[in-house]
Design a protein around this ligand. Structure first.
Ligand code: AMP
Ligand code: ZN
Length: 678
């Protein structure tokens, strides 16, 4: 488009996406009156430069927003995964360039441009696809600027605040201090878990009750309550020693701080009553540590930033994610308030998954149809087939958000360790779970654990091996003491991402003990994919399961220890099942892993690091030889054992064919993936 005349415009559709960043949320919360947030990050996804894209560039400049430009969906995703833009604008006018809907699903909230004569079309499909506004094409800079400002002051800020609210609520929940919030009528609105455990009440026993109904300790001075109330009525904070009565009747001495909350958080002062409406109380037992504590708000703030250690011993919350990852993990897609359900998967994509229960399923077709986001779609289908949502008592929307955020944390720039590999491993896992012997030995919770473990097992893989990370002294290697660095990271990050936000927390509704069992099983399986333990896992499986089974000892299948061995073997075989796939798929995987290894060797040479796999040098490598060695060394024995257990004749047939294929190339002294054309 050369000018602003809309009537001349060809078939134009543009889309916009936006997302809130959680750290800005806290800042905007604490300074609600600033005219706008500085340095909003905007991503423009325009296949070509034209007056419309220029209009938005200028508007960003005028608004003092930082603006990046992407020309393809791939580079958009790449760029987005680095910067987590607050606002994304997708050009949807030339739909042949890319599928804006699929792109929007990978990102967050959006706005859509439509050409004028389609203005009357319903926005519902767009909203369902994750866009949250559409913009009728108008390249005028002021129009673009006004649109950006409206988005910033509306959608973007609202998201910041929601995220900030969520962060503060999480901090309250994690606080070791007892916190109680009451309404203006002194009705208890909230108590945190620390309050429950210190005072011995369940929150259900307190919420909705007036505080005068809760038994008081006789140890307090008779006029103390009146002193406190008059202080609060004046809008002042009260702090001092207070004896609280626990549910069991014991009195405990506490250092209590009571803070009236005025304005935004609660209502304004009620002059008729001459009292303040909402107050929040924090308290601790008056042991030595409590004396060191200062203001409750300061504490809440610092906890949010420093991130507490949770019950599970995992650090979480946004402030310290850097310790897990060199890049900040993706946040939860926030456009998923009305997510597409399994039934809404576009037919083109659904078609590529029709034979998802067969070993011959082609994950690369799905990869292409979903613009490199196969895990979300395949995950939705397979998890639904196994009734995972029913088991976890979790809405499909939560599962969808979870799959999206996990997939977003795979690196699409890796040639092998990307989300297609995860989808492939998930597929193999589901296939194995349907084998009779496997079904006999595993419980439903094991199946769910296996599917989740497969999905997350390589999340945030940097495309480099453990040895590389150790030699390079990477942050991850330091964090995990050079031991199972990547596998530890995949497992830890998976739980961090999952539990960070209720919207994608698929474990939210399961009972504590069940969560503990599931978590343990998932971690164990992800750690079992570490290759230094390969022979240990295979040998244990053969000795404890295959040999006794051959002697007809049926009870071997049901012992919990043996179930663990079966699950480890299952995920290991799924993880390196590519030599057992139909030949074309096997060749593609071999090409991808070789390329990833070549890139590592290139980097090792560039940086003067030890070359850990000298065989994988792109100048000298024989791919057929490397595959023959890989199959001989790792695959044959393992799949012999797994086949003896699970009965997988088709896999063994493919393995045999593929081995012969590589042998054939090697005999012809060829180094390439395929023979040269005749
Ligand atoms: P993971 O990193 O969890 O995928 O672990 C599987 C291991 O097997 C990794 O070290 C992969 O690089 C390796 N691997 C998988 N497939 C092949 C293959 N076809 N050739 C060589 N190595 C492979
Ligand atoms: Zn893997």
């Amino acid at each position: 488009m050369a000018d602003n005349k809309i009537s001349d415009a060809p078939k134009y559709e543009l889309s916009l996406i936006n997302q809130g960043l959680s750290d800005r949320g806290l800042r905007s919360q604490s300074s609600p009156h600033c005219s706008h947030l500085s340095f909003l990050q905007v991503l423009l996804v325009f296949a070509k430069e034209d007056s419309q894209s220029n209009g938005f560039c200028w508007a960003c400049e005028k608004a003092n927003f930082r603006c990046s430009m992407a020309r393809t969906p791939e580079s958009a995703l790449e760029c987005f995964s680095e910067k987590h833009h607050d606002l994304v604008i997708i050009d949807h006018r030339h739909s042949r360039h890319f599928d804006a809907e699929a792109l929007s699903i990978c990102m967050l909230t959006c706005v859509l441009f439509l050409r004028p004569d389609r203005e009357e079309a319903s926005v519902m499909p767009l909203i369902n696809a994750g866009f949250n506004r559409r913009y009728v094409e108008n390249a005028n800079m002021m129009a673009c600027y006004n649109e950006l400002l409206q988005l910033e002051h509306g959608e973007v800020r609202a998201q910041f605040k929601l995220r900030a609210g969520n962060a503060i609520f999480t901090a309250l929940e994690q606080s070791q201090e007892a916190i109680e919030i009451t309404s203006e009528d002194q009705v208890i609105q909230y108590v945190n878990p620390a309050y429950e455990s210190i005072m011995g009440y369940q929150k259900g026993e307190l919420i909705g009750k007036e505080i005068i109904e809760v038994p008081k300790s006789e140890k307090n001075k008779p006029d103390l309550l009146e002193t406190i109330n008059s202080c609060i009525r004046k809008g002042k904070e009260w702090q001092g020693i207070y004896y609280a009565k626990k549910k069991n009747g014991d009195s405990i001495q506490q250092n209590v701080k009571i803070t009236p909350v005025i304005g935004q958080g609660g209502k304004h002062k009620d002059r008729r009553k001459g009292s303040l409406d909402v107050r929040s109380t924090t308290s601790r037992g008056s042991d030595g540590s409590s004396q060191r504590r200062h203001s409750s708000m300061a504490r809440i703030h610092s906890m949010t930033i420093e991130a507490p250690i949770t019950k599970d011993g995992l650090r979480r919350l946004s402030g310290n994610e850097y310790i897990f990852s060199t890049k900040q993990p993706h946040h939860i897609p926030s456009h998923l308030i009305t997510p597409l359900s399994l039934n809404d998967i576009p037919p083109r994509i659904a078609q590529t998954m029709e034979n998802e229960d067969s070993w011959d399923f082609d994950v690369f077709n799905l990869e292409a149809a979903t613009m490199k986001r196969p895990l979300t779609y395949l995950g939705l289908k397979i998890f639904s087939r196994f009734g995972v949502c029913e088991f976890l008592n979790c809405p499909e929307a939560t599962l969808r958000s979870w799959l999206q955020v996990i997939e977003a944390n795979y690196h699409s720039s890796n040639s092998y360790h990307n989300s297609s590999h995860a989808a492939d491993v998930l597929h193999a896992t589901a296939y194995f779970l349907c084998k009779e012997r496997v079904k006999q030995s595993l419980d439903p919770i094991d199946e769910v654990a296996a599917l989740i473990a497969a999905t997350v097992h390589d999340v945030d893989h940097p495309g480099r091996t453990n040895s590389f990370l150790c030699n390079a002294g990477s942050e991850l290697a330091i964090l995990y003491n050079d031991t199972a660095v990547l596998e530890s990271h995949h497992a830890a990050l998976a739980f961090q991402i999952t539990t960070r936000d209720d919207k994608c927390n698929i474990f939210k509704n399961i009972e504590r003990n069940e969560y503990r069992t599931l978590r343990q099983a998932i971690i164990d399986m992800v750690l079992a994919t570490e290759m230094t333990k390969h022979f240990e896992h295979v040998n244990k499986f053969v000795n404890s399961i295959n040999k006794p089974l051959a002697e007809s000892v049926k009870s071997v299948l049901t012992s919990p220890e043996n179930r663990i061995l079966v699950k480890r073997m299952l995920i290991k075989c799924a993880d390196i099942s590519n030599p057992c796939r139909p030949q074309e798929l096997c060749i593609e995987w071999a090409g991808r892993i070789s390329e990833e290894y070549f890139a590592q060797t290139d980097e090792e040479k560039r940086q003067g690091l030890p070359v850990v796999m000298p065989v994988f040098d792109r100048n000298t490598c024989s791919i057929p030889k490397s595959q023959i060695s890989f199959i001989d060394y790792f695959i044959t024995d393992m799949f012999d054992a797994w086949d003896a257990f699970a009965d997988l004749p088709n896999l063994m047939q493919h393995l045999d064919n593929n081995f012969k294929y590589w042998k054939g190339l090697d005999e012809r002294k060829l180094h390439s993936l395929r023979p040269p054309p005749e």
